[in-house]
Each structure stands twice: as C-alpha cells, then as structure tokens.
Design a protein around this ligand. Sequence first.
Ligand code: NAD
Length: 250
Amino acid sequence: MDMQLAGRVAVITGGASGIGLACARAMAEEGAKVVILDRDGAGQEVAKALEAQGHDAVFVQADITSEPQVEAAMRQTMDLYGRLDMLVGCAGISGPVGRTLRDISAEDWDRVMAINVRGNFLAAKHALPLLEESDAASIVFLASDAALVAFEGMTPYCTSKGALLMLAKGLSVDHPAVRVNCLCPGVVDTPMSRADLGRPQGFAGLSLPVMQADQIARHAVFLASPVSAPINGTALVSDFGYVARSSLPP
Ligand code: NAD
C-alpha cells in the first residue's frame, strides 16, 4: 500500500533510540523527510545512517522540556524543508519503576510529567502552526497500554500516559485541521523496556509476548499517514489483547 508519505516532512521526538529510531527509519523508507529530534547526540548517527541509504534525514539536538529548544527545532525544520506534515512524539521516560507513591519524591513525579506530558504539549504547541498549513497534518503520540491499565509500581508512568490520551483528544477537538492519535503498545524490545524489566540481554525465552520496534513503527506510519484519515482523537492498542483480557472480570 502506498502510505502517501513521499515528500512529506516528519519531526520525530525521541528519534535517537528504540521506537522513535524505528519510526524515523520506517517513515524515511516511505519517502518522508525526517527530522530526528532528541536530547541524545546519538541521533546524529541515526540521521547519518539514513542519509547513507539515500534518505533525507537530519538530526536536531533538543530537549522537549525546554520551550526555547523545541521552538528552535521547529524553526529549523521550516528553514530546512519549508513545511511540516507529521509530528511523532516518542520521547519519553519510564521514571521510577517498582516503587509506590509512598517512596516516590515530588521531584521524581515532576520529571516524568515534565517529559511525558509537558514535553509532548510543547512539541505539539510549536508544531501546530506549521502543521495547520499542511493538507494532511497528523500527530501521533506514543502512549502505552499503561494508559489503560494500572501496572504495579508504575503509577507516575501510567498517570503520564493516561494524560497523553486526553492531550490527543483535546488537540483533535480544538484543532480539527490536524489529526491527533495515540499508539498504546504493550512491551516493545527497546533500551527502555530492557532496563525497566531487568533484561539487558533481551527477551528471549520470556513467556511475555514482546513486540519489535519495527512493528510498532509500522503502526505509527499508518496513523501518521493520510491513508488513516479520518481516524482522529483515538488510541490504537497494539498489545496482543492484553488490555482486552484485563478488562474481563476475574
Ligand atoms: P528509549 O529509551 O529507547 O527511547 C526514548 C528516546 O527519547 C531516547 O532517545 C531519549 O534520549 C529520548 N528522550 C527522552 N527524554 C527526552 C527529552 N526530554 N527530550 C528529547 N528526547 C528525549 O524508549 P522507547 O522504548 O523507544 O520508548 C519510546 C516511547 O514509547 C516512550 O514514550 C515510551 O513511554 C513509549 N512506550 C514504550 C514501550 C516499550 O515497551 N518500550 C511500550 C509502550 C510505550
């Protein structure tokens, strides 16, 4: 299927690693020009590798918690490509894992919200004026199935991802020219999940079903692409049915 991304421009936050990196690769392979926005300088290597394969990619180092840096990154995107069609919000952290609120400091809490919620707000806020000029504008936020079911010892993360769902809905209502949706994956094999689940070597031999970042990236491409119009203000759950089973009475 032609995903109709040729010549379109995407900003991918968190594009230096994991799901964001896979999204950058998948969108570039569909012909999009990709701006890899990440606070980690490793994004430079990702952009170089894509360029070496003949794709149009650039790295912009920015922290999504800094409004001036986010604004500058969007300005740089316009200066380089003259348009913006898609924002994929992958930058995020899991924050404290395995602790209840009793043992979580206000600083821990604020850090998770600053990146996972406020950072996505800032990216969307400064992308919107550019997106509203596009004939097929779309935002995709990486939420999580943790937005829909509570995981033990992960309340800050779950709260932040629940907020992201409502941020997407609110944006879709207030800015009808831009489709805004969330992806809610279960466990995806990335540096974040390996660290959180204490599996530095990966997930081989684990009974838990684990997705690859490339799989989720294809879902992000679908939601970002004009082919998924008129899907708007909703969440796509990619989790082997985990949330559906959790909804059943015991
Ligand atoms: P990852 O740690 O591999 O990548 C996250 C990227 O975000 C990194 O490159 C990091 O430098 C960047 N980043 C973090 N804070 C930033 C900031 N303030 N400014 C700019 N960049 C920043 O993680 P991942 O597993 O690829 O996760 C990507 C997104 O998907 C996250 O929002 C995560 O919550 C979500 N998610 C992940 C899983 C999973 O199992 N891996 C499941 C569901 C949802």
